[in-house]
Design a binder for this molecule. Structure first.
Ligand SMILES: [Ca+2]
Ligand SMILES: [Ca+2]
Length: 326
């Protein structure tokens, strides 16, 4: 009997030992590595923006997220820029414009880890700026080069203001409309709140692109607007808006229905798009009414103008104009 106990006691002790371990922390042999997941918000932003790096979606079979630790390499040079920290977020800036590959390591309590990486892009202010003086009237315009094309950085303001109760005509007078019929109203960065009817701004000439733009400049078509917008889509509408890093300073004025009282709505038909006149005529959008303004961004707020607003169809609508260099 004593001999039997001597043989089985070590076995029982070993069993008890492993049994106790199973009741508490998992042994390393059964542990599995976490799965790292990394997201960056926003993925593109200007050089002053705070980027939130998040490993919150990382998972571990044995440990809850609170028990995981994270460390970060902010430029993918294989040198960790932080120690392990028990917090799944890091907020950072990328003050030097560029594309950054971020690496994150997530580690569980047993020292097993996993890696994830994601890309963030930072952009700076566009300093490719200049100005022109319109030789016809001495008007000064700031200009900016974006994606190889020079654009006016403020709205065209050429011609003679007529009240918006008066429809423009092909009469040799270059007719413009001004917000509240007051040509002195300007935007925050000096842009003109000037509107044109499409017929007038193309100078009743669908062949030659200059329209009412200064010599050497022309009224842009939809393709010009697309070429402007497409490469920078990720930068968002604020990139192009007043004070935005593109320096294009698109002003938040929209279509104005002629012969109607100026409304606050004339400042912007929607908050997520820009509307400017384009050379391109798209009658189908307007059920017979032209011209089609060019807009980009969300379509919200535009649909009602396209299809519902009979007043615009009858009276016409006026929009701001930007010119592009030939
Ligand atoms: Ca684990
Ligand atoms: Ca005229």
């Amino acid at each position: 009997m004593t001999a039997r106990i001597c043989i089985f006691l070590p076995v029982i002790l070993i069993w008890l030992c492993f049994g106790c371990e199973h009741m508490g922390v998992q042994p390393d042999d059964d542990n599995t590595a976490p799965k790292a997941r990394l997201s960056i918000s926003p993925s593109t932003g200007d050089s002053t923006k705070s980027f939130i790096l998040s490993g919150l979606s990382s998972v571990d079979k044995e440990d809850i997220t609170d028990l995981l630790e994270f460390r970060w390499d902010l430029n993918n040079d294989s040198i960790w820029d932080t120690e392990f920290i028990a917090y799944p977020y890091l907020i950072t800036h990328f003050t030097i414009p560029g594309t950054y590959r971020i690496r994150m390591e997530v580690r569980d309590r047993h020292g097993l880890s996993d890696f994830a990486s994601a890309v963030a892009a930072s952009f700076g202010i566009n300093n490719d700026t200049s100005h022109i003086i319109d030789t016809r009237d001495g008007q000064y315009y700031r200009t900016v080069r974006i994606n190889g094309a020079w654009w006016m950085a403020e709205n065209l303001n050429f011609g003679t203001m007529v009240p918006d109760t008066q429809l423009c005509r092909d009469n040799g007078i270059f007719e413009k409309y001004s917000y509240h019929n007051d040509p002195s109203i300007m935007g925050a960065v000096g842009g003109y709140y000037t509107y044109y009817h499409w017929n007038e701004v193309i100078d009743y000439d669908t062949i030659h692109p200059q329209g009412l733009c200064p010599p050497g400049w022309r009224v842009p078509g939809n393709a010009d607007w697309e070429a402007l917008w497409a490469p920078f889509y990720a930068r968002g509408l604020t990139y192009f808006s007043t004070g935005g890093f593109s320096r294009l300073n698109l002003s938040s004025i929209g279509i104005h229905e002629l012969r109607k009282t100026w409304e606050v709505m004339d400042l912007s038909p929607c908050t997520s798009c820009w509307m400017y006149l384009s050379r391109d005529f798209k009658k189908d959008f307007y059920r017979g009414y032209g011209p089609c303004p060019f807009y980009f961004g969300s379509n919200s707020g535009i649909a009602s103008m396209r299809y519902v607003n009979d007043s615009i169809r009858r009276n016409g609508g006026a929009l701001p104009v930007r010119c592009i260099k030939e």
